[in-house]
Design a binder for this molecule. Structure first.
Ligand SMILES: Cc1ncc(COP(=O)(O)O)c(C=O)c1O
Length: 538
């Protein structure tokens, strides 16, 4: 329970504090520098959010256990209660990760019962709310931060990134305009420069911090749409698409579905896609791309990929960029996870030529192990990027000098400062730490493949070039698809590890992605043993 501190609270305001409060309520911006002479200094309460004040009524004189008590706003909220509870719950959860079952243990009915109930009529103590939420949610959590979580392509959170994410919420900066959070704007600039350097991209690329790979693809393709139509003499931001020269989007048959979805959002439609043949690993054929480009006319965007979502294969980027640029096309690289190979001197050859592209999409919440949600778009044509995303409004205070307004690089207007955990992650890992993280995951994926392929009736379907492994389980009766799907389900129920299934070139497969910073050899060996146990279970 919070002790009343000397200073300002709802019931003990001094005349000076009252004056300060009135000033706060009447100003849009208030810093000590703006304070007219003669007005009292407001001390530490200066930054408290001013909200409606009502008489304290029947609750007067009671201690303030909560930020809102009996409908009255309290100006000395108890931060330590709920935040302390959240800290304890968070640490208990994080420390349970190495041994807790990886999958959720609660079913839908149990979760609805635990989290349901009528709309609360009365306020509740925030610490109790946090504790009750954690208790109710706990059995239904997917331990995706576990070292034995291999589902989809999902990373965990490193300590620096997670702690910076907490600060991001605490500071609650609106990362749209420099003026609304100068420190965030500058940290974001810096994080963007570090990322470009880690990926070996040209100096001066523009960077936007978006929610994930989906919005990174969307933003990059919006910049591409702007630029390719501008070169064709069309201003798409003003005139829209009716009557515009048709845009062709050439994309590998193994592209991620978020490319199609981005094209839907952009009004180009999935009908604009010209699918380009891929090889048996999911890589685009440059010759097929050349033929496809020659087979049509008009402005074109080529969507290449670094990291096929199933196999991890990377398109031959140098050749693709050369072929596409010869034809005057824009090259976008979806590198949601594969772009991180560029940060490793050992793996860099896999993505050779990536720096020749015009735009890139990647995720920090995948391989950098930054908490959700954290995607990044980078663009070699900052004017096109800004033309597609930039915004001006009479009531905003836009950057007028060297400052950078974040809003000009993302589709969001107001947003959280998601670049801060990226900044912290890169600082904590350093260039060598990022490279080691990526290399370790790839080495562990190979260990997985070797451990499973050594068993009878288990076949690894892909060349394991990155962190992805596709595995098929043969059945004595020849029903390999059904058996493979059964093995995946059994593994999910078993709880030792968690991964999902997929269909690869018409065959059911287990899909393993090693993306977590804590995964080690013991996690892989324990998981291999659990998978083989499930495969032999009849
Ligand atoms: C290659 C690729 N592109 C895009 C995405 C979408 O990323 P997000 O889920 O962060 O939006 C993914 C997600 O797995 C991916 O693997």
């Amino acid at each position: 329970m919070q002790q009343a501190r000397p200073g300002i609270n709802r019931r003990q305001r001094s005349p000076a504090a009252d004056a300060c409060l009135r000033v706060r309520l009447s100003r849009e911006r208030h810093t000590p520098a703006h304070r007219p002479s003669g007005e009292p200094a407001c001390g530490s309460d200066w930054a408290v959010k001013a909200v409606a004040l009502r008489p304290s009524g029947e609750h007067a004189g009671r201690p303030h256990a909560a930020g809102i008590e009996g409908g009255n706003v309290v100006h000395e909220p108890d931060w330590k209660g709920p935040l302390g509870e959240a800290f304890e719950q968070a640490v208990a959860y994080l420390e349970s990760l190495p041994e807790r079952p990886v999958g959720s243990r609660a079913d839908l009915d149990e979760l609805r019962a635990a989290l349901g109930g009528p709309l609360p009529e009365e306020p509740q103590d925030p610490r109790e709310v946090v504790a009750a939420l954690a208790t109710a949610a706990e059995p239904g959590l997917m331990a995706s931060g576990s070292g034995r979580f291999f589902g989809f392509v999902i990373g965990g959170a490193t300590p620096a990134a997670l702690a910076a994410d907490w600060l991001t919420s605490t500071w609650d900066q609106n990362a749209g305009l420099h003026i609304l959070g100068p420190a965030v704007s500058v940290a974001e600039e810096q994080a963007g420069r570090w990322l470009a350097e880690l990926f070996g991209l040209p100096a001066g690329v523009s960077v936007g911090f978006v929610t994930g790979g989906q919005m990174a693809n969307f933003t990059a393709l919006a910049a591409a749409r702007h630029e390719m139509l501008r070169r064709a003499g069309w201003d798409v931001e003003t005139a829209g698409l009716p009557g515009a020269p048709p845009l062709r989007v050439l994309a590998g048959a193994g592209r991620h579905d978020t490319i199609d979805r981005a094209l839907r959002f952009l009004g180009l439609g999935t009908g604009a896609i010209v699918p380009v043949e891929m090889d048996d690993q999911g890589r685009m054929h440059p010759d097929a791309l050349r033929r496809a480009l020659a087979g049509g006319r008009g402005p074109a965007i080529v969507c290449a990929q670094a990291g096929n979502v199933n196999s991890g294969a990377v398109d031959p980027l140098t050749e693709i960029c050369e072929v596409a640029h010869e034809a005057g096309a824009w090259v976008h690289v979806d590198g949601a996870f594969g772009l991180w190979a560029a940060a490793s001197p050992r793996l860099r050859p896999l993505v050779a030529g990536v720096e020749l592209a015009d735009s890139w999409a990647t995720d920090a919440h995948k391989w950098l192990n930054v908490p959700y949600d954290s995607g990044v778009v980078l663009c070699a044509h900052p004017e096109a990027h800004r033309a597609a995303m930039g915004v001006r409004a009479v009531y905003l205070i836009h950057a007028s000098g060297a400052e950078r307004d974040e809003v000009d690089y993302t589709p969001e207007f107001s947003r959280r400062a998601r670049s801060l955990p990226v900044y912290a992650a890169i600082r904590a890992l350093g260039r060598s730490g990022v490279a080691a993280l990526v290399e370790r995951c790839c080495a562990l994926a190979s260990r997985f493949a070797e451990g499973l392929a050594a068993a009878d009736g288990v076949v690894v379907l892909n060349e394991v070039v990155l962190n992805q492994v596709l595995v098929r389980f043969h059945a004595a009766d020849g029903g390999h698809d059904a058996h493979t799907r059964r093995v995946v389900e059994r593994v999910q129920d078993d709880g030792t590890c968690w991964m999902s299934g997929t269909t690869w070139r018409g065959q059911a497969a287990m899909r393993i992605s090693v993306s977590n910073w804590t995964t080690d050899e013991a996690d892989v060996d324990r998981s291999v043993a659990a998978i083989l146990r499930c495969a032999r279970a009849g």
